[in-house]
Design a protein around this ligand. Sequence first.
Ligand code: IMP
Length: 195
Amino acid sequence: MTTFVLATANPHKADEMRAVLVGLDVQLIERPVDAPEVEETEDTLEGNALLKARALVEATGRPAIADDTGLFVEALDGRPGVFSARYAGENASYRDNVEKLLAELEGVDERRRRAQFRTVIAVAYPQRDPEIVVGTLDGSITTAPRGEGGFGYDPVFEPNGAGGRTLAQMLPDQKNAISHRGNALRALALVLAKQ
Ligand code: IMP
């Protein structure tokens, strides 16, 4: 059994991870409360995920798992990308970020509203090279929010092939089955199963 420390302090994400990794010989434990907060100073999701995972290895001496997610919008040259959480400013709410995104895309026609969610998960170890897995979800940005579920940019993200529903109009299980984070977690399960 290998024990991994999770960088996320979000219990919902930790549960999601446990659900996908069930059946594997791994144990996931929460980050110690005194582990130092890591500033996401890198300009890629990979860089930030690695930064967070390596900092936890340093703090705990155990293997660690960290993730980072961004929304990449084609007509905005990939923005908000790595800055998705703080697109409308340092303390921006989900709603502020969504409003800013819709404002930036004002007048952009449907074909140019293509976007991709990308999640990178990094696994760092005390004594060996890290592993990186990526999960993506392709879709487009709507012109107005729709749906009450999910979080973040879900009300304005319409996945390709989802019958015109936004992620916020799906049940959690439906979203997880196709989502960037779900896909990254399934890739992580494959990597950990081989160890
Ligand atoms: P994080 O790296 O998971 O914290 O994600 C960074 C930001 O991306 C979040 O603050 C959200 O705004 C956005 N985000 C991440 N995952 C999702 C998702 O599944 N749906 C909608 N927005 C998301």
